[in-house]
Ligand binder design. Sequence first.
Ligand SMILES: [Zn+2]
Ligand SMILES: [Zn+2]
Length: 267
Amino acid sequence: MKLCSIASGSSGNCIYVGNETTNLIVDAGISGKRIENGLSELEVSAAQLDGILVTHEHLDHVKGLGVMTRRYGLPIYATRGTIEALMRTKDMAATPEQLLHEIKPDEPFKLKDVEVHPIHISHDAADPVAYRFSADGKSVAVMTDLGMYDDYILRSLRGVSALLLEANHDVNMLQVGKYPYYLKQRILSERGHLSNDTAGRLTLDLLGQGDELRTVLLGHLSHENNYEELAYETVRSEIKLQGGKAVPEGFTLMVASRERRSECVSA
Ligand SMILES: [Zn+2]
Ligand SMILES: [Zn+2]
């Protein structure tokens, strides 16, 4: 299975997951044109997609959803709360009902050869989820937009080979930055976003659960309160410091760019 970020960040998210038979995207938070271009770089045409899995209704995850659905008639998978929130928007209100597929956290379903497992996450949206994908005995997951993690999240990610994980902000940059107080509190809350430090601890916890995890691709970086080197170094030092040992052999940490497509991770 392949995991590849077409765009990841607070200004737009679209992640490709697929294998020889199945092509999926998680979120469509950039323009239709950028999604088409990103897919064509992967030698996938948008018409070939087997579905769009939506994590939640925030604009940075759905900006291109209406366009993609109208242009290609692609099926949308989302929780009831997310579907209801989407249907209240002008862009999505006229979406044909047969394209909307309701999913539930912890009720896995199959799209062709890939099993999709929605995971409940804590975020200030109607009913947000992250996704884990399994095929050919391997799993990858896309986990962004969550204010905290707990044992349930760790259990849900156990055994994944590759993970796109939110590292949204540096806590100090956020605290001294220019965002208004209420917004800082929102981001830092349990229904906000994962900081670099927390992403580091989560990675360390996952590495402690077993040796399947080979790649973590940090994503959903904030434009205002983070930058690529800082996210990378913070997570890397967290793994080293807390674990008291070097980063495990064969483990790769990468950062997904906000603007450019990431390298593809194979699992
Ligand atoms: Zn969000
Ligand atoms: Zn987001």
